[in-house]
Design a protein around this ligand. Structure first.
Ligand code: AMP
Length: 461
């Protein structure tokens, strides 16, 4: 099959071809005709499957084939709204809109927090067909009455599971209330929790259902390696691996922001150019680090889960779990950064005795065992005893508040105050419990930004 078999218009095909795509990915092959038909869609697709083009291409086509209806004020309205959980993903999706929409004569904008609102207000005064936004900043505009969503024809919830994880459900509901009842709804999610199903039930009307990769399955073209190491030798092991294998582009995950900073600094001392990105970094710093990493100037990018979400670097060769995530699903998201869209990739995990239970949880989730290997010269101490794992940096809020426990396996959600304490979270799975904690009352902001207290739900936007 190729793109021209999918019913796409010539101007869109041209942009896709120029971008170098020849064959649609499985999600694209299914989603594009479904969206073109005008119906609702619920798609289960991991990041890395090509899902973005799966919704962007048919949206471009639908909007270009039908002229906009001017609003009462004679202005051209916002016709498609794409909500994403993170700033990076919003920027990336909007970039795709511009790339694929090169010949489509539609205008787009990425809207997210962490940057001044005024240029966005200015931009909203001119024509805007497709808005890609994170929920928090979008609602800031709603509050300031600088945006009109009453003519949206197509709504996309991208990475809906992540948005719920981040406590955006209330924000999403507020946004839904501002949209016209008659519209097309597309929901993309890597996993289908009960919460996602409830959201889908209330949102989607007789949706087409598409699921491309098995849920929580890890891509087959990713080689997964687990090295058992001593807790305090991880940094030497990482330096050793990077230098001996001459890894030139490595995305490294740490559990905390503080850990990310420290590791980037230490790698620098080992003559390995590295920068950290996380929620405490300014948007400018995050964008710069990402751009340098993407262009190949920066050898190592150290990231926390949330900051890395939505990073799209095609054919990223190496992902390293410097620390295993405490939420098993995050492992799948992390390693999905490599081996994207058919390219081979390698995901390496450095696991110490404290993390064995996390590893078990991950193996259970991906239904596959990950044999532990030992690197000669870095043999782990066979007598080492597990110590409690610190969930978040002690000096500031956590990366993702309310997520200090394994999601699929944790005991019931604890209030924020209990979770904010570092350790001694029992590592690893225990008995099955309810899904992740809900947004906390009081509107605390997660992602390392200070609380503004005016809205409930986590905000990273
Ligand atoms: P996504 O899952 O949308 O984040 O896309 C993952 C990666 O696949 C991105 O780097 C895209 O540029 C790339 N990609 C998307 N569609 C195709 C395609 N049909 N052929 C090759 N690469 C693609």
């Amino acid at each position: 099959m190729n793109f021209s078999d999918l019913g796409l218009a010539e101007e869109i095909l041209r942009a896709v071809t120029e971008h170098g795509y020849t064959t649609p990915t499985p999600i694209q092959a299914q989603a594009i005709p479904a969206v073109l038909s005008g119906g609702d869609l619920m798609a289960g697709a991991q990041t890395g499957t090509g899902k973005t083009a799966g919704f962007v291409l048919p949206i471009l086509q639908r909007l270009s084939s039908k002229p906009a209806q001017a609003t009462a004020g004679g202005r051209s309205p916002i016709r498609a709204l794409i909500l994403t959980p993170t700033r990076e993903l919003a920027a990336q999706v909007e970039e795709s809109v511009r790339t694929y929409g090169k010949y489509a004569r539609l205008s787009s904008m990425a809207m997210f927090g962490g940057v001044s609102i005024n240029p966005q207000i200015q931009r909203l005064k001119s024509r805007l067909d497709i808005l890609v936004a994170t929920p928090g900043r979008l609602l800031d505009h709603v509050q300031q009455r600088t945006i009109d969503l009453s003519h949206v024809e197509i709504l996309v919830l991208d990475e809906a599971d992540r948005m719920l994880d981040m406590g955006f459900i209330k924000d999403i509901k507020k946004v839904l209330a501002l949209l016209p009842k008659q519209r097309q709804n597309l929901l993309f999610s890597a996993t289908f929790s009960d919460e996602i199903k409830t959201l889908a039930d209330g949102l989607l009307n007789n949706p087409a259902l598409i699921e491309v990769a098995r849920r929580n399955a890890t891509a087959e073209n990713i080689a997964q390696k687990v090295y058992e190491v001593n807790r305090d030798q991880k940094r030497q092991v990482l330096t050793h691996l990077i230098k001996t294998h001459q890894w030139y582009q490595v995305l490294v995950f740490t559990r905390t922001k503080h850990g990310a900073n420290r590791l980037a600094e230490q790698l620098g001392k080992d003559d390995i150019p590295a920068l950290a990105i996380h929620g405490n970094k300014s948007q400018g710093a995050r964008t710069r680090a990402l751009a340098e990493f993407k262009s190949g100037k920066l050898q190592v990018l150290v990231a926390t889960d949330i900051a890395a979400r939505g990073i799209d670097i095609s054919e990223l060769p190496h992902v390293v779990n410097y620390e295993l995530p405490n939420i098993s699903e995050d492992y799948v998201h992390r390693i999905g950064r490599t081996g994207r869209a058919g390219a081979d990739g390698e995901a390496t995990s450095l696991v110490c005795v404290d993390e064995f239970d996390y590893l078990k949880g991950i193996e259970r989730l991906i239904k596959r065992s990950l044999p532990r290997e030992i690197i000669p010269g870095f043999e782990p101490d066979p007598n080492a005893r597990a110590q409690p794992i610190q969930m978040r940096s002690q000096d500031h809020q956590g990366q993702r508040s309310g997520r200090g426990q394994p999601r699929s396996t944790s005991s019931p959600a604890k209030p924020r105050s209990a979770q904010a304490k570092p350790g001694p979270a029992k590592p690893g799975p225990s008995k099955p419990g309810p899904a992740r904690p809900k947004a906390r009352p009081g509107g605390e902001i997660s992602g390392g930004r200070p609380s503004s207290g005016h809205r409930s739900g986590g905000r990273h936007s």
